[in-house]
Design a binder for this molecule. Structure first.
Ligand code: PLP
Length: 340
């Protein structure tokens, strides 16, 4: 099986497994796990933030951000196809007690003026705007890179209105590799950032949230309340540190492989590519080929390829460290057999 469902399917490298074996550990709830502390310090420095917190998942990282930034009854501005709105089980409403205010972006990019217009004025009838969320790369927009300039404009508006900004940077390193913009420059356009170690970077588990030391102190308490205070977590943090130190460069190969998929599938009559492929995600439209997305995913499976349905006629293929160029050539060949 060639598994292109997600970059989360990547298995830890040998070096990561070795790091897990050799990790010096302690009780992280007491902040006594050296491997976790090292990962948090390194991650904070890498993003140019004061402090960081290791969390089990990106979803928990985003939820902790909403819980820490907001009070119940506030409103959160976010893009309509953002992961936080679309894929987190309405967590921000269920847990943080906030209501989402969605903006329709273009390829995941919100118009700064639309964000400005969505900010609530001081009026007894209205909720207060408690947070603005950004996402880079934008997952449902097909791994689209949100331009630094757009983030700067939104952050400027947020600061004028004293509203914090959280960046869901699950794939921020993909954005950085694709655009050449340093992750620090992206991170500087938000008060807090979440990024995943367990996606393209290939770590087995975990995400990081970064922000000011005082924010992270409060976030640490929310993590504990949610049941995310882990004990000898160095076992999973040590591979995360290896991921951060050694895997960023290989995202370039994932992007090249996505390009190969893009150009191969463009040659298949009946299929079209919905997104401008900038990173590791390719969105294939199957309508003209006479398949629904679910039918096409079934056909792919019969041909030994795993993918996921992303809409009625949209199938998502994601490249990652555990598939190479030959695998992608094989995928292009097998798909031309399905549709041809
Ligand atoms: C995957 C993803 C998350 C959530 O990460 P999990 O570790 O799967 O909970 C959040 N935001 C975006 C944009 C993602 O792609």
């Amino acid at each position: 099986m060639i598994d292109l469902r997600s970059d989360t399917v990547t298995k830890p490298t040998f070096e990561m497994r070795e790091a897990a074996l050799e990790a010096e550990v302690g009780d992280d709830v007491y902040e006594e796990d050296p491997a976790v502390n090292e990962l948090e310090e390194y991650a904070a420095a890498r993003l140019g933030k004061e402090a960081a917190l290791f969390v089990p998942t990106g979803t928990m990282g985003n939820q902790i951000a909403a819980l820490t930034h907001c009070r119940p009854g506030q409103e959160v501005i976010l893009e309509v196809d953002s992961h936080i709105f679309y894929y987190e089980g309405a967590g921000i409403s269920a847990l943080a007690g906030v209501q989402p205010r969605t903006i329709h972006g273009t390829r995941g990019v919100m118009d700064p003026e639309a964000v400005r217009d969505a900010i609530r004025e001081d009026d007894i009838h209205l909720p207060e705007t408690g947070l603005i969320c950004l996402e880079n790369t934008h997952n449902r927009a097909g791994g689209a890179v949100v331009p630094l300039k757009n983030m700067q404009e939104i952050y400027q508006i947020a600061r004028e209105n004293e509203i914090p900004v959280h960046l869901d940077g699950a794939r921020l390193f993909n954005a950085s590799v694709a655009s050449g913009v340093d992750v620090k420059d992206y991170a500087a356009q938000a008060d807090t950032v979440q990024f995943c170690l367990s996606k393209g970077l290939g770590a087995p588990v975990g995400s990081i949230i970064t922000g000011t030391a005082s924010f992270i102190k409060k976030a640490r308490k929310w993590r504990k309340r949610l049941g995310g205070g882990m004990r000898q977590a160095g076992i999973i943090a040590a591979p995360g540190l290896v991921a951060l130190k050694t895997m960023v460069g290989s995202l370039r190969d994932d992007h090249d492989n996505a390009q190969l998929l893009d150009s191969g599938l463009r040659g298949v009559e009946g299929l079209s590519i919905e997104n401008k492929v900038e990173t590791n995600i390719v969105l294939v439209n199957t309508k003209e080929a006479g398949f629904t997305a679910k039918e096409f995913v079934g056909k792919l499976k019969e041909a030994g390829i795993l993918a996921i349905s992303y809409g009625p006629y949209t199938v998502r293929l994601t490249t990652h460290h555990d598939v190479d160029r030959e695998d992608i050539e094989e995928v292009n060949y097998r798909i031309s057999g399905i549709v041809g």
